[in-house]
Design a protein around this ligand. Structure first.
Ligand code: HEC
Length: 427
């Protein structure tokens, strides 16, 4: 809470009364910690009452002060480290986190910073989970949005604890709470729950023509396996007309082993949404999308334009994450315009490679999506067009959702048996 007291001191010295913090001010807007959650901010994702158990569960999972395992060279404070890696390879550079790297991470967004709990924290979390009963639970269950997302928070935490092999005592209470939040499948599939439609893209990114988007099925890496992410993921491509080659032909050529030669102007849209557990214990891919990412290969013909992209070598990204609180305060009437757009320079704690790394969004995307310095520059930063991903035109709009449900079942089985094993030994 250092910054909170510092801010209050500044406010006092200027004679201003401390005003309530608005949603925007919850994130540090500028300076060396740009994009991290503001330590003085209060987060109310699920209820206006900060002390509501659902808000407490969120806070214990998504707001964590810690020393990251690694610190990326792309951070403003790492300028020296960045120079050592060459200005264009800042995304590669990193060093182990030390005490001075301690920060508050997380917030009402996608990435989950929590890895484990102290005994006292664990007790508090169990109390908050057990408070989801009776009238309070009944009230919560009147909001499909709240049930779906809170259940996802709870299950993602359980997934994390399985991965970090920490706090086995929490698994049964987490699974119990997730089950109490479970709703009937028909309710989970209600189209009123939909927060994304390709049609909404035109308003946000006019260079995308929703009518030209083609959905692609593929063999996903672990990054997009719902057994790990508890999210479904769909990808759409817009292949430029100018190429003289049809996108379906392109995919057929990849299947035959010809490497794709991605033309400038190629676009992709990645959408991820929540897979819920329904009241019969089965998975349900809900229409609630929370993560939308737009990708464009600008090309390398104009070096200045390429330099201005996210990867600095021709691939540009736009990242949109939905906030739980937006969904709550707008009563679910949400489109892509209501998602928060992140900046390349915003900082996040990522865990893509299994250890917590503090870096910028742009640097992290660049690691896996750059054009140069990779074995496959012709793919222009679209790993989905690798032969090993077996990309093909989607057989139906539900294929990826059904796949995610099958993957999610494996997670449920692992969680149920770990939770049972532990309740037998401790109770
Ligand atoms: C650890 C590597 C990694 C990181 C980091 C990463 N991605 Fe990806 N991304 C992939 C892979 C692999 C795929 C292919 C899809 C699959 O596996 O199903 C992909 C697919 C995508 C796609 C679909 C089109 C394509 O093939 O490129 C988009 C859009 C995308 N990622 C955006 C992003 C954004 C934005 C970031 C940064 C916030 C990011 N990715 C960070 C590995 C990564």
């Amino acid at each position: 809470m250092r910054s909170a007291s510092r801010l209050l001191a500044i406010a006092a010295s200027l004679g201003i009364a401390a005003a309530p913090i608005t949603a925007q001010q919850r994130w540090i807007e500028n300076g060396p910690d740009r994009g991290l959650p503001a330590p003085e901010a209060a987060w109310r994702p699920y209820d206006a009452d900060l002390a509501h158990p659902a808000n407490r569960i969120f806070a214990s999972t998504f707001l964590v002060e810690l020393v990251p395992a690694e610190v990326g060279a792309a951070l403003p404070a790492e300028a020296e480290n960045a120079t050592a890696n060459g200005a264009d390879a800042r995304h590669f550079g990193k060093r182990p986190g030390e005490e001075r790297a301690r920060r508050l991470f997380g917030g009402d967004a996608l990435q989950l910073p929590r890895e484990s709990f102290s005994a006292a924290e664990s007790k508090e979390l169990i109390a908050a989970l057990e408070a989801l009963q009776g009238e309070l639970l009944a009230a919560l269950r009147t909001s499909t949005f709240a049930c779906v997302w809170l259940q996802n928070d709870i299950l993602r935490l359980a997934r994390r604890l399985l991965d970090t092999d920490a706090n086995p005592e929490l698994l049964a209470p987490l699974l119990g709470a997730a089950r109490r939040l479970a709703l009937p499948r028909a309710q989970l599939l209600d189209s009123a729950l939909a927060t994304f439609s390709p049609k909404d893209l035109a308003a946000v990114e006019p260079t995308i023509d929703p009518a030209r988007l083609v959905e692609v099925e593929r063999r996903s890496t672990r990054l997009f396996d719902a057994e790990r992410t508890l999210l479904w993921s769909r990808v759409f491509f817009q292949w430029p007309d100018t190429d003289g080659r049809d996108f379906a032909d392109e995919l057929a050529a990849i299947a035959k082993g010809e490497a794709s030669k991605v033309p400038a102007g190629t676009r992709a849209v990645l959408v991820q949404g929540i897979v819920a557990l329904d009241d019969r214990g089965a998975p349900c891919a809900t229409p609630l999308a929370i993560d939308v990412r737009l990708q464009q290969f600008v090309g390398a013909a104009d070096p200045a334009a390429a330099k201005a992209t996210t990867t600095r070598d021709g691939v540009d990204f736009r990242v949109f994450w939905l906030a739980r609180e937006t969904l709550r305060t707008k009563g679910g009437a949400v489109t892509l315009r209501d998602f928060r757009e992140f900046d390349d320079e915003d900082q996040v704690l990522f865990r893509d490679y299994g250890s917590l790394k503090h870096t910028t969004i742009g640097a992290q995307c660049t690691l896996c999506h750059r054009v140069s310095g990779t074995p496959e520059p012709e793919l222009a930063g679209f790993p989905l067009l690798r032969k090993t991903a077996q990309p093909r035109v989607a057989s139906s709009p539900t294929a990826r959702l059904e796949l995610a449900e099958r993957e999610f079942v494996k997670f449920l089985a692992a969680l149920a048996s770990a939770a049972k094993r532990n309740s037998v030994t401790t109770r």
